[in-house]
Design a protein around this ligand. Structure first.
Ligand SMILES: [Zn+2]
Length: 570
């Protein structure tokens, strides 16, 4: 491709609204352009990278016998109602109506559609197992789209679904896809880590996420030396005791006028925040619930939903809090509210003489003791675990890192086949529900993840495997110098003939502009052709990533560049 004719709009300055390296560089290097919030166009460079990643994904999945299909973006509401997800998915599910008022979803994922195909087309255990996948545009009406293509409302995803006669067969495919994902991310030259993950709106019995390490990643991962790794939504651990041994004191009300936060009340009463046990009112599947936890810790809503067996869990609105506690927001507590379901975190168990909300305005209660002043059926694990907490396996203090979730795999079991009545006949002629797995991989997200790990102050430094072009020829002073222009054209044609995907910078710009742009768009191998070098009979070859330079004789520049590109192709 000739840069003079190409749509590669580069910018010198960082766009003001972009927060992360990948978002800034994708805009600056002309990979994407924003159409509206969370919706992007891919320009030629971005599209080329996306296609290369898609092809890696395709090659690796095809190699283990997965079959590519294409399902519609749009699917009828009735299908989603069969599994209950029309309600469960909430506002993230992008809903549209046709001219007759019939409702449809723009697919964020395709479990319902693919299960519908299986129940219609697969009758016998002899047809199992099988795995299908598609690479397709997906929709999620994010409340706060950000980080460019990382949290977008429209994005490209690869989603695969497997169908099995039993759990053993599912385990086999799950492990195979897990290995395929490792190969895909290795080929993209990513540093990543598979971690245990929550199952969220997809559901099922177990799940792993592949996290690409990145300081600006929006997910937090908790890790231990012993090998334990889980997302912060899922991480289990032991919260250290802080409580000295104390005899229970007499419970008493204290006036805390206008004091609603832990900091305000702890400061006013001159106590450590951990002694102040907080009570958060949630609505779980339309029922109010009190979550009670040590004042210096946070509730993990995924865990709370798990304990309650709830599909939808949300912080209660003020009207509900007031109705439940009989007090304004900020003064709810477990004492005297036995009629409301309470979930008490394990961090509360060792505590004595705690301070809790008094369930009336401007009032807290001190010297509260569980068992005596409020009943605890069982202590549950609903706390957010973080860096420094002890590992549940080995007891060592755990560490954390940030990452971008590039894929997630789920063992769905019979969640979808049960609700959609999708069955096959086993060898005894008995109808059984399909056992299913599903395997997502964010293709557009992977583009951003690669940039996060392969960039520097000057721009992107693509790994050869996903680069938009393999080589860039920079022709200096090409409008004035016939020698440069001719040498550049000759090398360009030669490299194309040798199968090297090449971009020729034949623009009329200065050397400074061309070098800056070359560093910004990050093509792995750059060949510079100028009058001075040609007079000496050489061209300069520079590797974007290492900055390593070499001079090659102009007569065999083509063969030399091919050898270098081949070396980087891996
Ligand atoms: Zn450990």
């Amino acid at each position: 491709m000739r840069w003079s004719k190409a749509l590669i709009p580069t910018h010198k300055e960082d766009p003001s609204h972009a927060e992360t390296t990948s978002h800034k560089l994708m805009l600056r290097a002309g990979l994407i352009r924003k159409l509206t919030s969370g919706v992007y166009s891919y320009l030629p460079l971005g599209w080329r990278v996306l296609k290369r990643i898609e092809n890696i994904v395709r090659e690796e999945l095809d190699a283990v016998g997965c079959q590519e299909i294409l399902m519609p973006v749009i699917s009828p509401a009735e299908l989603w109602e069969e599994t209950g997800r029309w309600g469960v998915y909430g506002k993230e599910l992008w809903r549209v109506k046709d001219r007759n008022g019939r409702e449809f979803a723009l697919g964020p994922t395709h479990e319902e559609v693919v299960t519908d195909i299986a129940r219609n087309e697969i009758n016998s255990y002899k047809q199992l197992p099988f795995t299908v996948y598609q690479i397709q545009t997906k929709f999620r009406d994010e409340i706060r789209p950000r980080f460019g293509v990382v949290r977008a409302r429209e994005f490209t995803m690869k989603d695969a679904y497997s169908f099995h006669r039993d759990e053993e067969s599912l385990d086999e495919t799950y492990r195979a896809i897990y290995d395929v994902y490792s190969r895909i991310f290795d080929r993209c030259d990513l540093v990543y880590r598979p971690v245990e993950a929550a199952t969220g709106a997809i559901g099922g019995s177990s799940s792993h996420e592949f996290m690409v390490l990145s300081d600006t990643g929006e997910s937090e991962v908790i890790v231990c030396e012993c090998g334990y790794a889980a997302t912060s939504e899922q991480a289990e651990g032991v919260i250290a005791d802080v409580m000295p041994v104390e005899e229970p004191g007499a419970m008493e009300e204290v006036a805390t006028p206008g004091m609603k936060t832990i900091e305000e009340v702890a400061g006013f009463l001159k106590i450590d925040p951990w002694r102040l046990v907080k009570t958060i009112v949630y609505v779980a599947d339309e029922e109010p619930v009190l979550a009670v936890i040590r004042g210096d810790r946070e509730v993990n809503e995924e865990k709370l939903a798990g304990v309650l067996g709830a599909d939808i869990i949300e912080a209660a609105p003020p009207a509900v809090i007031e109705k439940v506690s009989g007090a304004p927001v900020g003064f709810a507590g477990p004492v005297g509210l036995a009629n409301v379901r309470q979930v008490i975190d394990r961090s509360v168990e060792p505590l004595r003489n705690i301070v809790v909300g008094g369930n009336k305005a401007d009032t807290h209660i001190r010297n509260v003791n569980h068992g005596r002043d409020f009943t605890v059926a069982s202590f549950e694990d609903i706390a957010q675990i973080g860096k420094g907490d002890a590992c549940a396996n080995c007891g060592k203090a755990m560490d954390s890192f940030r990452g971008i979730e590039v894929s997630q795999v789920f063992k769905l079991g019979t969640k979808y086949s049960d609700s959609m009545n999708a069955t096959f006949l086993d060898e005894n002629g008995k109808a059984k529900p399909f056992v299913m797995g599903c395997y997502g991989l964010g293709v557009s997200r992977t583009v951003a993840a690669v940039i996060e790990q392969h960039s520097d102050d000057d721009g992107i430094a693509w790994p050869m495997s996903v680069a938009p072009f393999e080589a860039l020829i920079v022709a200096l002073n090409n409008l004035k110098s016939d020698a440069v222009r001719e040498a550049a054209e000759k090398l360009y044609e030669e490299l194309k003939g040798l199968g090297v995907d090449t971009l020729l910078d034949d623009r009329p710009d200065s050397a400074g502009v061309k070098f800056k742009d070359a560093d910004l768009i990050g093509i792995p191998v750059r060949v510079t052709i100028g009058d001075r070098g040609l007079d000496k009979g050489i061209m300069e070859v520079r590797l974007r990533k290492s900055g390593e330079k070499s001079e090659v004789p102009k007569e065999n520049a083509g063969a030399e560049v091919l050898a270098i590109v081949n070396g980087l192709r891996g």
